[in-house]
Structures are given as structure tokens and as C-alpha cells.
Design a protein around this ligand. Structure first.
Ligand code: 13P
Length: 287
């Protein structure tokens, strides 16, 4: 059974650790992340972007796969299925399909429109027990080879959005998606501190978890971050392990071309990456 991310993140914020959101792309990703969470006795959030949802065949397909895998694999740790960076329209599609959590990324709207849409969504999601993440200050990242710097959110806008009844808040503090460029300025902890002071016990979300140095992650958690999103790191780990398998010619040996063999090293690599993150985030044993 899926649960909303509300309670697990409240607990994480109070206990000064963070729950990982690991994005899924297919069945292998889903199984690797769920089994690792169970082995580590850690709560977990499975993130699905609109693009990944489409890739996997649609939101109903995703819900069917995740819910039934939890059952078949006897997963007992809390699992939330969460739409990552959703448009207003897709938040509703996911709520209908059975997601237990959605992120409305209204960061590109003027603050008034972000507020109005978030309010509407919170009212409808609350009714169904679905948790809502909102965002202030867009998260930069690589697009067509151009790396955009991450915005720094306005703490007062964060407070305005936090007061709308959302369950957790993503705030841009210089974090970006994908690999960090060598001239990256780092996270703005002063901003994070100010946001946390204004938003009280609201769990804060750090996007772009790939490649942030451990000390910065720990400092962010100490300043109220209770959810950290990781995507690229698992993709890199999977690709690297798969490349090694093929470069070693193992797909040409016996039945090495069987996808269950071909994809196995990549799956192990995802499991290792997820476990390492759970250790750093402090969520092990917190299910
Ligand atoms: P990375 O791909 O940088 O890990 O970011 C993931 C993320 O923030 C998803 O919303």
C-alpha cells in the first residue's frame, strides 16, 4: 500500500534526517529502490517525472507496477509515489491514477498565480489524503548543454506558499539538477536558514541531490531539509555498470545477452547508490 509523504517527512524533520526521493524510470529502477529501502528499513519516496510517466506507459501503468510490486515483494516500509515537477493538469491526472503525493511546480508563474493554483490543488488533494509539494525559486540545470544557475528563493514568498496548507516546500538555494559545474557557487545556507526561520516546522525539500558534497547535505538537513531528490546519480551508476559489462564482452558470452543478465550489474549499482544516499541522509532504520 502507498502512503502519503506527509507523516514520513514530518517525522524526518523532527528527527533531523532526510528521506530520499529516488526517481524511477522502469521496473528495474522500481525494484532496486524498493528492495534497498526494505533492506535498510528506510521510508522512501519514488519520484516520477511527467516524462518518465509517459515513458513507462502512463500514470495508471506506473501505479499498477508500484502498488503490486510492494505487495509481491512484501515491502513493509512506508512508500510514497510522488509526481516530480508536475504541471497543474498532471497533478490531477496523477491523483486520479492513484499517486499518493504530487509536486506542483508553479515556480515559473508569477507568485499570485502560483498561490492561486497551489491553494486549489491543496484543497482537492487534502480531501483524498494526498500530500502536496510546492516550489518557490526555480531549480536550474542542464538543458541542451547550457547549465542554468539555480535561483535563490525569496524567503517571504516561501512563507506565503508554505501558509497555503502544503505538506512540504522545495526552495531554490542554488541547487541544480544534473551534474554540478566546476564553478558552482554552492548552496546558499543563509537563505535556507532564513526560510526555515519563517516556515517553522514545514519540511523543506532539496532538489538536485546528485553531486552535492556530504558536508553540504548534512548542513542542509541541520537547517530543515527533510526530503532530498536524487535522479541523475542512479542513472550514472546504472550506465557505468552496464557499459563495463558490455565492454568486457559479457553480453557475448553464453546467454549474457538475456536482459535479466545484461541489466543485473546496473540494478546492483542502483542499489548501492541508493543505500549510500540513505546512509548519508540518515534515514536507515527510520521506517
Ligand atoms: P538530480 O538529477 O540532480 O539528482 O536531481 C533530481 C531531482 O531534483 C528531481 O526532482
Amino acid at each position: 500500500m502507498l502512503v502519503s509523504a506527509k507523516e514520513m517527512l514530518k517525522k524526518a524533520k523532527a528527527g533531523q534526517y532526510a528521506v530520499g526521493q529516488f526517481n524511477i524510470n522502469n521496473l528495474e529502477w522500481t525494484k532496486a529502490i524498493l528492495l534497498t529501502a526494505q533492506e535498510c528499513n528506510s521510508p522512501v519516496i519514488l519520484g516520477v517525472s511527467e516524462g518518465a510517466g509517459k515513458y513507462m506507459g502512463g500514470y495508471n501503468t506506473v501505479v499498477g507496477m508500484v502498488v503490486n510490486m510492494i505487495k509481491d515483494q512484501n515491502i513493509t516500509v512506508p512508500v510514497a509515489l510522488h509526481l516530480d515537477h508536475g504541471s497543474f493538469e498532471h497533478c490531477y491526472k496523477c491523483m486520479e491514477a492513484g499517486f499518493s503525493s504530487v509536486m506542483f511546480d508553479g515556480s515559473h508563474y508569477a507568485i499570485e498565480e502560483n498561490v492561486a493554483k497551489t491553494k486549489q490543488l491543496v484543497a482537492d488533494a487534502n480531501e483524498k489524503g494526498i500530500s502536496v509539494e510546492a516550489e518557490v525559486g526555480s531549480i536550474g540545470g542542464e538543458e541542451d548543454g547550457v547549465v542554468g544557475a539555480g535561483d535563490i528563493a525569496d524567503p517571504k514568498e516561501c512563507k506565503a506558499i508554505a501558509d497555503l496548507g502544503i505538506d512540504f516546500l522545495a526552495a531554490g538555494i542554488g541547487n541544480i539538477h544534473g551534474k554540478y559545474p566546476s564553478n558552482w557557487a554552492g548552496l546558499s545556507f543563509d537563505t535556507l536558514d532564513e526560510i526555515q526561520k519563517l516556515t517553522g516546522d514545514m519540511p523543506l525539500v532539496l532538489h538536485g541531490g546528485t553531486g552535492i558534497p556530504i558536508e553540504m547535505i548534512k548542513q542542509a538537513i541541520s537547517l530543515g531539509v527533510a526530503k532530498i531528490n536524487v535522479n541523475t546519480e542512479c542513472q550514472l551508476a546504472f550506465a557505468d555498470a552496464t557499459r563495463k559489462y558490455i565492454e568486457a564482452g559479457k553480453d557475448l558470452e553464453g546467454k549474457g545477452f538475456d536482459p535479466r543478465k545484461l541489466l543485473a550489474p546496473g540494478v546492483s549499482a542502483i542499489k548501492e547508490a541508493v543505500k549510500e544516499k540513505m546512509e548519508i541522509f540518515g534515514s536507515i532504520g527510520k521506517a
